[in-house]
Design a protein around this ligand. Structure first.
Ligand code: PEP
Ligand code: MG
Length: 585
């Protein structure tokens, strides 16, 4: 009887639409992670402060323990968490609120709220405030007596409001199949780690507790940003989950092979790297190098500004791991960080767009130290005769590029005067991610050896939307005619000037978008390590000639040339992929 009624009242399948924070499909059981702490309202203030400080110690110990068990560079991110936890200014803010009669958890929330107001909505600060949200949640976890328990053999899907790097370490021993988060942004450190580990993530989800019970069966589609709660057997059958296993990063170690399309066109793939963990993907034979190495991650995670020696060690490690493959070092792309208090004070500017060149052009000495470290690392690494590739982000004016070039020249001259070796070749590049550059391309292209399109920022600046705003980001399509037209202009002009052009935004890692990019002439892609095989499979099963024809047709201004005017570019490219049986997953 009870079995029958259970079956009768079994809850139906629910579909939750969110956004894709990392690709991949996974099936598993919900683990509802929601640190709760119920406080005795009668507790004297002093005792509350003691409990708060004990929780901080417990959280810091947790960080230290994770530092010893983890051998990878996730350690850097844990160190940031530890440093943030021990930040006396933050602790004092919480203590002040507790002294003002707030409960510990309420005090933690209130400090976060105040910070959100003070820091504003700038992407960078938004991501940083998430770090503080992360430590607040960790402290809550440590306030609570309940331990985290899971069956190590059961695939779990972590469901949380937000996840910090250290909290991810709490699930180190778990079989973590996927994650669903409400508030993490794409740029938060928890997500950077998830991507490095190839864990599918859906973000921007609605109140999870309302729809998901602990232990519910879930199917997560990180490609579409969709979650099926208690999926029907038909839904599961439609997904061939076995095909979606993420790339085994260190497996191949074979000689380079260039990826060739079905109609014989070579396509060049490289990776975007943020952490040491990403470097393992260099062993993949299809990968020719690192198209974007984001140097700001180690800067963000250091308590102090890394000196030249520290930076040299970091860059040497990357170059030696890359061996003969190329590495494009992107110079610092942040406008300041709370861990660099001295810089933060003098550049107390959290406004949107206060990024790389606007920041470093005011402080050339900082960028010069970084360039010095890159030059020294190149000449002392195991492959000292290979070119040094340096790329500047967020350049907005041709004059800025000229100035940045003079900084490199000054550093090379300085090294020569000191009797030090300098690289045989230095290739200087820039990211094209501010639309103003597109209107001065001819002049700009004369100043660079290569460009890489930063479609993440370019798209959002182009449509005047906030990159972290999930709702707005969905409003416009990356494959819109206007945006694709702009990308084609960049690609055509670069090719006409013989300047190598690649694209390193997330767009390159999405198979349908990458297919359209091939159709407008792009041949160099720098992709997220977890997307290498998907993009490789797409290229190998694609007839580039016909997608080129399709894109010419879509971008044509002649209404009669546009054969299927009622369809969007996305629909037309998808239709073509279906006709050609191009692999999109
Ligand atoms: C971009 O803007 O496309 C890019 C690759 O840079 P980031 O995502 O680091 O801003
Ligand atoms: Mg960018």
């Amino acid at each position: 009887m009870s079995i029958k009624s259970a079956a009768l009242f079994q809850e139906p399948q629910i579909t939750i639409e969110g956004t894709s924070l990392n690709f991949g499909i996974a099936q598993g059981y919900a683990y509802m992670y929601d640190p709760q702490y119920t406080e005795d309202a009668q507790l004297p203030v002093n005792q509350k402060i003691q409990i708060f400080l004990q929780a901080i110690n417990k959280a810091a110990t947790l960080c230290s323990n994770n530092l010893t068990i983890r051998s990878t560079d996730s350690q850097e991110l844990i160190l940031v968490q530890k440093a943030l936890l021990q930040d006396s200014a933050w602790q004092q803010r919480v203590i002040d609120k507790i002294e003002n009669k707030l409960s510990i958890t309420h005090a933690l929330d209130k400090v976060l709220e105040d910070l959100d107001i003070a820091l504003g909505i700038d992407n960078f600060w938004h991501a940083r405030s998430q770090e503080i949200r992360g430590i607040s949640q960790l402290v809550r976890q440590c306030l609570e007596k309940k331990e985290i328990n899971f069956d190590k053999d059961k695939p779990i899907i972590l469901c949380a409001k937000t996840i910090s790097p250290v909290e991810m370490m709490l699930f180190e021993q778990a079989k973590l199949a996927a994650m669903i988060v409400q508030d993490n942004s794409f740029l938060s450190h928890g997500m950077i780690i998830a991507r490095s580990r190839g864990i599918p993530v859906v973000g921007g989800a609605v109140d999870l507790k309302e729809f998901i019970n602990h232990d519910d069966e879930l199917l997560v589609d990180g490609d579409l940003g969709r979650v099926y709660v208690r999926p029907h057997s038909i839904t599961i059958a439609n997904y061939d989950i076995s095909k979606k296993v993420s790339l085994s990063k260190s497996s191949e170690n074979t000689k380079n092979k260039i990826v060739i399309s079905r109609d014989g066109t070579p396509v060049h793939l490289s990776i975007n790297a943020n952490l040491n963990e990403d470097l393992a993907s260099l062993d993949h034979s299809a990968i020719e190098g690192i198209g974007l190495y984001r140097t700001e991650i180690p800067f963000m995670t250091s308590e102090r500004w890394p000196d030249v020696e520290t930076q040299i060690r970091l860059y040497l490690n990357v170059l030696n791991k890359a061996k003969e493959k190329f590495v494009v070092f992107r110079t610092l792309d942040v406008g300041g960080d709370k861990t660099f208090q001295s810089l933060h004070k003098s550049f107390n500017n959290t406004k949107k767009g206060w990024k790389h060149s606007r920041f470093t052009l005011q402080r050339p000495s900082l960028i010069r130290l970084q360039l010095r470290a890159m030059i020294r690392a190149r000449v002392t690494c195991d492959y000292p005769d290979l070119p040094l590739h340096i790329m500047f982000p967020m350049v907005s004016e041709a004059q800025e590029m000229s100035f940045l070039r003079t900084l490199i020249q000054k550093e090379l001259d300085r090294e020569k005067n000191l009797g030090n070796k300098i690289p045989q070749t230095v290739r200087i590049g820039a990211m094209v991610e501010v639309p103003s550059v597109v209107f001065q391309l001819n002049q700009f292209l004369d100043l660079v050896d290569f460009i890489s399109i930063g479609s993440n920022d370019l798209f959002h600046f182009f449509y005047a939307i906030d990159r972290t705003d999930a709702v707005m980001s969905k409003r416009y399509d990356l494959l819109s005619k206007a945006f694709m037209q702009m990308l084609k202009t960049i690609i055509d002009k670069a090719k006409a000037k013989n300047v190598n052009v690649s694209l390193c935004g997330e767009m390159a890692s999405r198979p349908l978008e990458a297919m359209a990019l091939l159709g407008i002439g792009l041949r160099y892609f720098s992709v997220n390590p977890s997307s290498i095989e998907t993009i490789e499979n797409m290229v190998q099963s694609l007839d580039i000639w016909s997608v080129q024809e399709c894109m010419n047709d879509c971008l044509s201004d002649n209404p009669f040339a546009y054969k299927a005017a009622h369809l969007s570019i996305r629909e037309r490219v998808l239709e073509l992929a279906q006709i050609q049986q191009t692999q999109l997953s």
